[in-house]
Design a binder for this molecule. Structure first.
Ligand SMILES: [Zn+2]
Length: 412
């Protein structure tokens, strides 16, 4: 199969050399080619350039993109899309004045999702999750990370991870899997958190790693959930089984989790709504990607990640959705990019870099995804006719996508 796209108004995020991360001031630079063409063979980008250099090419499918932009598909490096049911009642409870913590204390929150998931069949869980995955692909997401974490028992966590494995097999999307065994302390361990951490370390991690069901290990490192000592134990245990750390940290409180993650050579630190100078300091000269999740801040009305402060320190930044039933029931990366510009004061160039190449880095796949580069996978968004790429964040809430191509196939 081959696809030729001609008359592209602007081909966005073109990288002649295979850049795998963009940091600090470089995030303001978004290389493009105006009036361009692009050739895809099978699942790979093989050639591109200005129309003036185009020499005839005999493609099976030709797309005329006159007036339209072409850019790499979004790389969403943080989601929890495998879940059962929804938590729309809690949404209403919050409108009526209850806080996220109060809802959790009343037995809602993550524990509620865990109970529903434990009682949902694997087939039903797969069907619900597949629907969400197909929906976000239509919204331009081509690569996605999915976490476990609503199981809280060995059995239910394995069920979630098998569902992710099946999605990986059945879907065109590129999927990375994270074991989030320590997402919340289950009810039966309410007064014995250590007992639960012991179980994570001695049962869940070995079982999951031996079944090769996860790439990464995650912890909800937060007051009332898992402290630095728990996080240290879990990351150490995960690493011993070859799972790379990617953690939830600094969402509500800053107490040294970022430095701990960097010490463990975490691939990413996610959330970061509460950042102190020492957290920024810890990230400098590290290989850890800071990840902002602005739709979560939007939905919970909590502070936004201080993106400017992070980028001004010369650091990279990635953007992801955090799609989950409790704090972000949306997997729309277009909204994330808009919110990053509107609320985090990122420029469109910075936000697009953060949602493509740096998102790919936060999944360990930026050598294959996240930019228009010869030899990279053909995951592509073709926009509707728009004035400039600034319209993508500017027209928030609008769907400006005309076509999505994932691994060389045009989505129906
Ligand atoms: Zn999350």
């Amino acid at each position: 199969m081959s696809i030729l796209i001609i008359n592209i108004k602007e081909l966005i995020q073109v990288r002649e050399n295979n850049v795998t991360i963009v940091k600090g001031a470089d995030m303001k630079i978004l290389p493009t080619i105006k009036n361009a063409y692009l050739i895809i063979e099978h699942d790979t980008i093989v050639e591109y350039g200005p129309m003036s250099d185009f020499i005839d090419y005999n493609a099976e499918e030709v797309i005329d993109a006159k007036g339209k932009m072409v850019l790499p598909a979004w790389c969403d490096s943080h989601t929890h899309i495998v879940y059962a049911g929804d938590r729309s009642q809690e949404f209403v409870d919050r409108i009526n004045g209850l806080s996220y913590e109060e809802i959790a204390e009343r037995g809602g929150g993550i524990l509620n999702s865990a109970e529903v998931l434990q009682n949902t069949s694997e087939e039903e869980l797969y069907q619900q999750s597949l629907k969400r995955l197909n929906n976000v692909m239509q919204l331009g997401t081509g690569a996605i990370e999915i976490k476990s974490g609503y199981g809280l028992t060995v059995e239910a966590e394995l069920k979630m991870l098998r569902v992710i494995k099946r999605l990986k097999k059945e879907s065109l999307a590129t999927i990375k899997t994270t074991l989030l065994a320590a997402h919340a302390v289950p009810k039966e361990f309410k007064d014995n958190k250590q007992g639960f951490v012991d179980r994570v370390v001695s049962e869940m991690i070995p079982e999951v790693a031996q079944s090769k069901l996860a790439d990464y290990i995650d912890v909800f490192c937060e007051k009332g959930y898992f402290d630095l000592e728990d996080t240290d134990r879990i990351l150490t245990a995960g690493k011993a089984f070859g799972l790379i750390p990617k953690i939830h940290v600094n969402q509500f409180n800053a107490f040294g989790g970022v430095a701990l993650a960097v010490k463990h050579k975490a691939l990413s630190v996610d959330h970061l709504e509460e950042m102190r100078a020492e957290d920024i300091e810890a990230l400098i000269n590290s290989t850890t990607m800071p990840v902002a999740l602005p739709s979560c801040s939007y939905f919970l009305s909590i502070p936004y990640t201080p993106a400017r402060q992070i980028m001004d320190a010369g650091l990279p930044l990635a953007l992801a959705t955090d799609y989950n039933p409790g704090s972000t029931p949306s997997g729309n990366m277009n909204f994330v990019v808009s919110t990053a510009c509107i609320k985090l004061r990122m420029t469109p160039e910075e936000a697009i870099n953060a949602a493509t190449i740096n998102g790919a880095y936060a999944m360990g796949i930026s050598n294959q995804y996240g930019s228009i580069c010869r030899g990279k996978k053909a995951n592509i968004i073709i926009t509707k006719e728009i004035e400039s790429y600034n319209n993508l964040p500017y027209a928030f809430g609008d769907n400006l996508i005309d076509k999505v191509i994932i691994r060389g196939k045009v989505l129906e």
